[in-house]
Design a protein. Structure first.
Length: 101
């Protein structure tokens, strides 16, 4: 199952990385932003797929959990970057404001 999910997604991510490298021509700023969103979305989806597969391993007793520190500011920035195109599509402005801890 993991192969069937990851293979097409890796193709999308690979092609978006090729576009980012501008091997086949220069991208304007808007195109670069869109390609970045494609790649970020692909990475996010791959993480979700891996998490779902890990959950099935946990339920089967074949995987142990480990605790990790997570950067809230980095995670918050990724969410804002993902949501910004949706906001722009509806002529909304999405800003990132967080108080340091």
């Amino acid at each position: 199952m993991s192969h069937e999910l990851r293979t097409p997604l890796n193709a999308v991510m690979g092609f978006s990385e090729l576009l980012t490298e501008e091997r086949y021509g220069t991208l304007n700023e808007r195109q670069q932003r869109y390609v970045k969103h494609i790649n970020t979305g692909g990475k996010h989806l791959l993480t979700l797929i891996n998490d779902i597969l890990d959950l099935s391993k946990i339920e089967a007793g074949r995987l142990q959990l480990t605790f990790e520190n997570v950067s809230v500011s980095t995670s918050f920035a990724e969410v804002v970057d993902t949501m910004r195109p949706l906001a722009e599509k509806k002529s909304q402005v999405l800003s990132q404001q967080a108080s340091p801890i």
